[in-house]
Design a protein around this ligand. Structure first.
Ligand code: AMP
Length: 190
């Protein structure tokens, strides 16, 4: 279980859990949101392109995102596996990831969906806004990101389920408890 996709609405704790899981599994966590934010902070061309979308909670165009992920998957630390956090985010990206992995002679082992109640995640994100000051953590943008998740990302959970690759884990609870739940679910899926 070393090629893992982590799904879940914004605010479900994906980033926190991705880092902890990746460490436990000994694979890199690849967060597309973090890569975009690093590029925005660094003032790169990719960052300038991405910011027009991330600032309003819209998805960055697939061509841009797919190329960025493909480049990351070619880095040496990914040879033993990876944990993708925030990618794929729509059905087209699922196909693209399939193709990227097939080209590299491999495939996905499991997709884990971290579930959380909408109002809980809105409150968490509003709190995070006061701590981290993320540009996309204002209430209207949060609501838009949740709509985008429901419309574009949630359908991919069903798609992975039809392939027998989906496991669902309750994201509510203390961080270490949720990590243990995730690790148990991965062990079971193996
Ligand atoms: P996140 O940190 O995962 O919440 O992502 C923050 C923002 O980055 C999202 O609201 C999107 O604008 C952008 N983003 C992250 N991952 C993707 C992706 N797979 N496809 C398109 N846009 C993305």
């Amino acid at each position: 279980m070393t090629r893992v996709v982590l799904l879940g609405p914004p605010g479900a704790g994906k980033g926190t859990q991705a880092a902890r899981l990746a460490e436990a599994l000994g694979v890199p966590a690849i967060s597309t949101g973090d890569i975009f934010r690093a590029n925005i902070a660094g003032g790169t061309e990719l960052g300038r392109t991405a910011q027009g979308y991330t600032s309003r909670g819209a998805l960055v165009p697939d061509e841009v995102t797919n190329a960025m992920v493909a480049a990351r998957l070619d880095e040496p630390d990914v040879a033993g596996g990876f944990l993708l956090d925030g990618y794929p985010r729509n059905v087209a990206q699922v196909s693209e990831l399939d193709a990227m992995l097939a080209q590299r002679g491999t495939s996905l082992d499991v997709a884990v969906e971290l579930t959380a109640d909408t109002e809980v995640v809105v409150q968490r994100l509003l709190h995070r806004a006061t701590v981290e000051g993320r540009e996309d953590d204002t209430e209207p943008v949060i609501r838009h990101r949740l709509d985008v998740y429901r419309e574009q990302t949630e359908p991919i959970a069903a798609l992975y389920a039809t392939r027998g690759l989906l496991v669902r884990v309750d994201g509510l609870g203390d961080v270490p408890v949720v990590t243990q739940r995730l690790l148990a679910a991965l062990r079971e899926a193996a």
